[in-house]
Design a protein around this ligand. Structure first.
Ligand SMILES: [Mg+2]
Length: 160
């Protein structure tokens, strides 16, 4: 449940071709430290170009544990469906799947955290994709969580 189906060296490796070759037709995307650095509100330029290409190919749903005001600002800027706070890993994924109108096995759940994005995506039977975090948070709590995540930051054996 904690192992991702795939581990990518960066978000930019998640291309329409990569998705299509795995039968994936939609994406549930994490926001903080996946699409943009934690706590910031501007996308890195290369992510902006990446997002433009991806959203032309497949529907994207933003699922974030961010605070609602900040999420609303970002969502308005990006113009994508989504909701926050999602209370990942337990809540939010089924609502996201319903919004996409796709069965779980046709949806990639993409994020930087094992215990929220990957666990939550695996629990609903989606295709989970782990990417490296954009910016490490300095909080002790997050460093502790990262340490617990370390054994799971790889696929379970079969390469995806
Ligand atoms: Mg994140």
């Amino acid at each position: 449940m904690l192992f991702p189906r795939a581990v990518l060296p960066s978000l930019l490796h998640l291309t329409p071709e990569w998705l299509a070759s795995r039968g994936l037709k939609g994406v549930i995307l994490d926001l903080d430290n996946t699409l943009l650095p934690y706590g910031e509100e501007a996308l890195p330029p290369e992510h902006e170009a990446w997002l433009k290409g991806l959203r032309e190919a497949v529907p994207i749903y933003l699922l974030s544990n961010a605070m609602p005001e900040r999420f609303a600002r970002l969502q308005a800027k990006l113009g994508l469906p989504g909701h926050a706070p999602a209370l990942k890993p337990w809540l939010g994924f089924r609502r996201a799947l319903r919004a996409l109108g796709l069965p779980p096995k046709e949806v990639a759940v993409v994020g930087d955290q094992v215990f929220t994005d990957i666990l939550g995506g695996n629990l609903v039977g989606a295709y989970t994709v782990l990417v490296p975090p954009l910016k490490e948070r300095e909080f002790f709590y997050t460093r502790f969580i990262r340490m617990l995540e370390t054994p799971f930051r790889r696929t379970k054996g079969e390469s995806a």
